[in-house]
Design a protein around this ligand. Structure first.
Ligand code: HEC
Ligand code: HEC
Ligand code: HEC
Ligand code: HEC
Ligand code: HEC
Ligand code: HEC
Length: 395
């Protein structure tokens, strides 16, 4: 009697714990695989799973071909293995015309093993039906944002043109009205003249203000490029990281435009596009053959007397490219979405908080640290650390 009484709750507890762990592990398996699918998105630019060779090998069955340990270090940094003379690594590197696979230092061992599991499962996430549904939703969302982004640009450009046309019409009406008022006297009701002249002045004033403030600026500028290069295809559909191409954004003043050799990492294999066939990609080969750089037209331009630094904003300020360049991954043809005026820079500097505490970059601001500790201020904005000083932005 004594025994059964004592046993029962224990049994209950173990089965509860058992169920709990099953639940927990099923949650974490789900979370992991979804993450693996996300991490694999970058690999997808160069690899398929069972869809044939792309830039790199088809990864179907690769988990049987090499040991897990080998795969983890190869995916982390294949070039290191090639250089150290690992036979399998050198063989596959040579087989793929010495295209170096980019290293993935940010992926942990667990994340790579997770990707390998994902590859082993043929690129399916646990609960595939659900995942598929999800990806469909994502697709329609993406197409909607595309049109939203492009629609918005068109609207704004149109708005500016319309204002110009309205100003022209009002100008003519004003002139006619003045002529009638002074010389011809067709219209007896003089108040009509006044209304026309006053509203005309207002529209023309508005237009000249808009024109003057945008002088030398080029918001919504969207020039044609020498190659039909689409960010939507590369950064959107193929999810290639911005910094794979703009690789100096975190380390220098300029984000930089990639040289044709970077395009060749992939296009030595990808010879044809879905929308432009061979025509546009062939221009990359021509540039390489003639050893002439591609003449991209610069979209975002600041005047020479302004100092702007990408590293400071991307690495130190941890800003997303999107905050200044808009949703580039949804643009076939890139456009400048902000006006890049002084007001625009200052507006963000006044509002945006910096990561102030535990940042040796800001150790020197003793007074601010004291105020923060005393609770006199809640946050530190860019402005407080000199983001409004003229000489920070002007040489
Ligand atoms: C820019 C293109 C590119 C990207 C992105 C890329 N790879 Fe590769 N991968 C290659 C190339 C090319 C090779 C052939 C080996 C070489 O040239 O070093 C390769 C080889 C491999 C191999 C060895 C295949 C075999 O048959 O032995 C594995 C595994 C692999 N990649 C996994 C990945 C994973 C996982 C990712 C994403 C985290 C990834 N790759 C991202 C281009 C790429
Ligand atoms: C705080 C705003 C801001 C952020 C964040 C930002 N940019 Fe820029 N970017 C600019 C401005 C302003 C220019 C124009 C610079 C000039 O004309 O000197 C520019 C220019 C560029 C150019 C043209 C080439 C060059 O280096 O001048 C590229 C490419 C670019 N940005 C890519 C990126 C990428 C990729 C990211 C994210 C990693 C990014 N930018 C983040 C504001 C920003
Ligand atoms: C990491 C791999 C990668 C890099 C780097 C890369 N591309 Fe691509 N590119 C692709 C893939 C994948 C496609 C899609 C092919 C398709 O349509 O199926 C593509 C498609 C294209 C297309 C055809 C688009 C279409 O739909 O017709 C052009 C043009 C192009 N790329 C130009 C470039 C240029 C220029 C560069 C260098 C600035 C470059 N690519 C760099 C992977 C890459
Ligand atoms: C495959 C390479 C590649 C990738 C990935 C890529 N870009 Fe670009 N980017 C280019 C090339 C080439 C140009 C010049 C042609 C053009 O303007 O379309 C460019 C131009 C730009 C410009 C305009 C620069 C100027 O002239 O002022 C911006 C801004 C930019 N990229 C931001 C981004 C952002 C943000 C991402 C990630 C979402 C990204 N890029 C991903 C290759 C790439
Ligand atoms: C979307 C927000 C945003 C925009 C737009 C922006 N900045 Fe900044 N800027 C920051 C942040 C955040 C920092 C602080 C980075 C850090 O932690 O040091 C910063 C820092 C700076 C600094 C260094 C200030 C210092 O105290 O050392 C300069 C210079 C600067 N920005 C110039 C510009 C210029 C020029 C423009 C306009 C062309 C611009 N920024 C637009 C967010 C922005
Ligand atoms: C965060 C960066 C930033 C700071 C701080 C800044 N400016 Fe500017 N300034 C700019 C930018 C960007 C432009 C270019 C605007 C354009 O092209 O319309 C500009 C343009 C100007 C111009 C040219 C007039 C014009 O509109 O083209 C003058 C004059 C000027 N700034 C003076 C100052 C003075 C004085 C200060 C200090 C009180 C100052 N700026 C602080 C970014 C800054």
């Amino acid at each position: 009697m004594y025994v059964t009484v004592k046993k029962l709750p224990v049994k209950g507890l173990t089965s509860f714990l058992f169920l709990f762990f099953i639940l927990l592990s099923s949650i974490s398996v789900h979370a992991q695989t979804a993450e693996a699918a996300k991490n694999f998105a970058e690999c997808r630019a160069c690899h398929t799973i069972g869809g044939g060779r792309l830039v790199g090998p088809d990864l179907k069955g690769v988990t049987e071909k090499h040991s897990e340990k080998w795969l983890v270090s190869f995916i982390r940094n294949s070039q290191e293995m090639v250089k150290s003379g690992d036979k399998e690594a050198v063989k596959i590197f040579n087989e793929y015309s010495k295209i170096p696979m980019p290293s993935h230092p940010a992926l942990s061992d667990a994340q790579i093993k997770d990707i390998l599991l994902y590859i082993k499962n043929g690129g399916k996430v646990a609960g595939a039906g659900q995942a598929k549904e999800k990806s469909n939703v994502k697709k329609t969302e993406a197409t909607e944002t595309v049109s939203a982004v492009e629609h918005n640009l068109n609207n704004q450009r149109e708005g500016r043109n319309n204002l110009g046309i309205t100003a022209l019409i009002m100008g003519i009406l004003m002139l006619l009205s003045l002529i009638d008022l002074i010389f011809t006297h067709y219209l007896k009701a003089k108040w009509v003249h006044y209304i026309i002249v006053l509203s005309g002045l207002w529209v023309v004033g508005e237009w000249s203000y808009d024109f003057a403030t945008s002088l030398g600026r080029q918001q919504y500028y969207q020039p044609d490029q020498p190659i039909w290069f689409s960010h939507k295809v590369h950064a959107g559909q193929n999810q290639i990281d911005c910094e794979y191409c703009h690789f100096t954004a975190e380390t220098s003043m300029h984000a930089g435009i990639p040289p044709a050799s970077v395009c060749m990492n992939c296009h030595s294999q990808v010879k044809q596009g879905k929308r432009t066939g061979k025509k546009e990609i062939a221009k990359i080969y021509a540039a390489i053959r003639k050893n002439k750089p591609i003449k991209w037209v610069k979209v975002d331009n600041l005047p020479d007397f302004v100092y702007f630094n990408h590293e400071q904003h991307v690495k130190v300020g941890k800003l997303d490219c999107k905050e200044c360049h808009g949703d580039v991954a949804q643009m076939d043809q890139i456009a400048q979405v902000n006006d890049l005026s002084m007001g625009w820079c200052l507006d963000c500097h006044r509002k945006h908080k910096v990561q102030f505490v535990n940042n040796k970059f800001y150790a020197q601001y003793k007074a601010l640290h004291d105020k923060l500790k005393a609770g006199k201020i809640k946050d530190v904005t860019v402005k407080m650390v000199g983001g409004e000083d003229c000489q920070k932005c002007h040489y």
